[in-house]
Design a protein around this ligand. Sequence first.
Ligand code: HEC
Ligand code: HEC
Length: 302
Amino acid sequence: MTVTTIHRTRMAALVTAVLALVSGPSARTAARAQAGQVTQNPRAADPTAVTEGAAMFRTFCAACHGVGARGGTRGPDLTTGSWVHGGTDAAIFATIMRGVPGTEMPPAVLEEEEVWGLVACLRSLGASASPPVAGDRAAGERLFFGDAACSRCHMIGGRGGRLGPDLSRIGAARTPGVLAEAIRTPSAHLATGFETVSVVTRAGATVTGVKRNEDTFSLQVMDSAETLHFFLKENLKEVTYPRRSLMPDYPEARLDSTKLRDLVAYLASLRGSSGAASAIAATASGQVPYARLLAASREPQN
Ligand code: HEC
Ligand code: HEC
């Protein structure tokens, strides 16, 4: 061996070591899992994987996904056997490792061993397919954009208002039960990022709306007419957060149970795809929803 080849071999080893440090074991397995190289759960035959995974789930996941992964106010049911982001062991592993950018689903800060335990736990829950959502999806869509006027405040597929959250993929994130509750009694749980804020200026004016942006010095509020107000905090006398949604309640008298079922059937069907989720992530900072970008030619200025 000449001096140069030894040198090269050492260099190669060094580069590999540095790469390993940079990407870390978790990122590497996540990448391999995504690339289809690790397709089976390496802990599939490990009897402790399920119990460990269940404990982990209660600690890190149940707050959003609910007890037993049956869905909660901030996360979908994971026991239906249908997976928006892929249902192989490798795909579920990758989703948990990376989270779903642009949604509330965070990347796990866990060892890959632990994540495989979570995959084993989710698998053990089996696919107890929930009954299909009763209700007429098409009638729900007509209500949303028509008589029920939900689109006054919500956008779906680039159409509608901006006061409330974009609901284009809401079916991927909420169970039908949670959707029904969100419509009947919106104030029971306020969607993250759409808290109601009420300010009183030094001049005595009151503005109530959805908080859009806040930093140490300023606050932006969108009122019910979608007018954006920009305040310097030094000019405000009072800022309060009434735990009340700007969305009105829809009791039976206002929206009968047939209409509610139709609306829920429509919203539950809006599940989008993982591609859409990452595109949303890419545009989230600009506040322009992906669906609106897709339909850019329909924007009045274009
Ligand atoms: C802050 C709330 C939150 C936490 C905490 C959370 N999730 Fe999620 N999770 C979500 C939401 C919301 C989605 C739906 C993402 C979307 O819109 O596609 C989701 C989606 C998923 C999916 C994809 C489901 C599919 O249909 O493909 C899996 C798997 C998952 N979560 C597992 C977990 C596990 C395991 C944990 C704990 C380590 C966890 N989540 C923690 C909110 C959360
Ligand atoms: C006056 C504006 C307004 C109208 C009209 C309105 N909403 Fe909302 N909606 C909001 C706001 C603001 C939020 C966020 C605060 C909250 O969670 O209540 C919201 C939240 C929601 C959520 C929860 C989203 C999540 O991420 O969990 C759903 C579902 C929803 N609305 C559906 C509807 C439907 C269906 C209708 C029509 C029957 C409707 N909304 C009418 C303003 C409105």
